[in-house]
Design a protein around this ligand. Structure first.
Ligand code: NAP
Length: 315
């Protein structure tokens, strides 16, 4: 039986592992389908403190993994198909492997940005297609950008990107925006933003150097045209990776794991959550890493029999 299992190897899970390993808690980390998490799909990371010249996303994650390994973290690659959190020890069901039993669990499975699923999109991630304006906006200074989506995220990203871009065009598939009025107003009052509503993206157009355009269909006329652009920010929402929990833990309306504010405590004693799986607001590598540290400390106290939290408090 394991003392502790960490699910996920993004900044949250690996930071939790580093802290647990240094506290002799023998963390056992399960590495899922995207080892290293979302940062492995970006190039330069310039906002993670400690790297004045920036660092490549995959290298940063590789460093975190090595740091966790150095203190004795055990890693296992595999696909978690389900969990049994009804009693301790908890059970983790793995595809093609025996169940793993553990005294405590840290969920750091992250969230995945939704993609448009159109030709040219996946292969141009990091070559002009991005799902994170905070991460990549800086690389588009003085350029033309398209933001796809009509929700709050799209409004926020479009507004944010006008700090860098010469022009930001919002492309949305319907005539009405989904975003809240305040977010719409802010974007609509921004003179750098132009609007192409009622247009459905059909293909990302790219050349040797990356993205050059977005092919769209006008939903009214059915006609297709290419909007020239240097970058496409897909802002159509995120999906927290929680389906394997099968409703056994409290989540909010969007599926994010609920934690007691200011902690990583879930409604099940001994189960903690950190990183993007419990945060749809900040979604940064550094905030994920910070909450990974919190999860390790909360978990350590729990295993040592200390009260981490008044469990009677409702979540
Ligand atoms: P969202 O509200 O679900 O909006 C997603 C947008 O993407 C919608 O306009 C949707 O179009 C469009 N879309 C979805 N799938 C698409 C596809 N395959 N092709 C083209 N367009 C597609 O997601 P979100 O904007 O990420 O917001 C998620 C939650 O976080 C919301 O509750 C939001 O209020 C909150 N949030 C708040 C803030 C803030 O207050 N600062 C910032 C960001 C997010 P349709 O409208 O046609 O469905």
């Amino acid at each position: 039986m394991k003392k502790n299992v960490v699910l996920g190897t993004g900044p949250a899970g690996l930071t939790a592992a580093i802290y647990l390993a240094r506290a002799n808690m023998n963390p056992f980390v399960i590495e899922g389908p995207e080892p290293g998490g979302q940062l492995t799909t970006t190039t330069d990371v310039e906002n993670f403190p400690g790297f004045p010249d920036g660092i490549m996303g995959p290298e940063l994650m590789d460093n975190m993994r090595k740091q966790a390994e150095r203190f004795g973290t055990e890693f296992k690659r595999g696909w978690v198909t389900g969990v049994d959190l009804s009693k301790r020890p908890f059970k983790i069901k793995m595809e093609g492997m025996e169940d793993i039993e553990t005294e405590s669990l840290i969920i750091s499975t992250g969230a995945s940005a939704k993609l448009l699923q159109i030709p040219g999109e996946k292969e141009n991630i990091g070559r002009g297609v991005s799902t994170c304006a905070t991460c990549d906006g800086f690389f588009f200074r003085g350029k033309k950008i398209i933001v796809v989506g009509g929700g709050d995220s799209a409004m926020e990203e479009a507004h944010f990107l006008t700090k860098f871009a010469a022009e930001v065009r919002v492309v949305h598939r319907r005539n009405e925006l989904r975003a809240s009025k305040i977010m719409q107003d802010r974007a609509q009052n921004n003179p750098k933003i132009t609007w192409s509503l009622n247009h459905t993206p059909v293909e990302v157009v790219a050349g040797d150097k990356g993205v050059t355009g977005l092919k769209v269909r006008n939903n009214q006329t059915g006609q297709e045209e290419i909007f020239e652009t240097d970058g496409i920010f897909v802002a159509i929402g995120h999906t927290p990776n929680t389906s394997f929990l099968n409703g056994q833990i409290n989540t909010d309306d969007l599926g994010y794991v609920k934690v007691t504010p200011g902690s990583t405590v879930t409604n099940i004693p001994g189960v903690f959550a950190c990183g993007d799986v419990q945060d749809h607001k900040y979604r940064q590598a550094i905030t994920a890493a910070g909450s990974g540290c919190m999860a390790a400390l909360d978990c350590e106290r729990f295993l040592e029999g200390e009260a981490v939290h008044d469990w009677s408090e409702s979540l």
